[in-house]
Design a protein around this ligand. Structure first.
Ligand code: HEC
Length: 135
């Protein structure tokens, strides 16, 4: 009985230490507020079929390393960040308007880079929005 306590106590302390590192090491995600004009923004390409897979190509080039192949936030570079990477397959993500997603990709926040100067074609941008929404 006494012998076991020697094992159990250090394991418990170690476990608690790891747990507290996890919760304090990551920044808590606060709500990302999108201005109303963006929330209500119409997607001018909503009815376009992305026949040339523009969305997929842009995603592979600029997003996959953090957000992962399937958008689950498990990209190799994403794992190195302090900010938790968003999961595009979550219902809470898909419930957003196209305009809100457009805003977040344009402006960025913390470890999420701003892409307004990187992806300059409006068509490419909206095809990307559609692509991440359907991942
Ligand atoms: C360097 C890593 C990195 C890259 C590259 C990156 N992202 Fe992100 N992204 C993040 C992180 C981290 C967050 C969470 C930011 C936050 O909540 O503060 C995020 C959040 C987002 C969100 C908001 C998700 C939500 O919960 O509403 C969208 C949309 C998004 N990224 C799209 C993209 C797209 C599209 C690309 C490529 C053009 C991209 N990201 C490239 C790291 C990255």
């Amino acid at each position: 009985m006494k012998k076991r306590a020697f094992l159990v106590i250090p394991i418990l302390i170690g476990g608690l230490a790891i747990l507290s590192m996890k919760t304090t090491g990551f920044e808590q995600q606060e709500t990302w507020i999108v201005p109303e004009e963006y929330q209500n923004m119409k997607n001018p390409f909503a009815d376009y079929e992305d026949e040339d897979s523009i969305g997929r190509m842009v995603y592979s080039k600029y997003c996959k390393m953090c957000h992962g192949k399937k958008g689950q936030g498990d990209g190799s570079a994403g794992k190195l960040l302090n900010t938790p990477v968003a999961d595009f397959t979550a219902a809470s993500f898909k419930d957003q308007t196209d305009g809100s997603i457009y805003y977040k990709i344009s402006k960025g926040r913390k470890d999420m880079p701003s892409f307004e100067k990187v992806i300059q074609s409006d068509e490419d941008f909206w095809m990307l929005v559609k692509y991440v929404k359907n991942l």
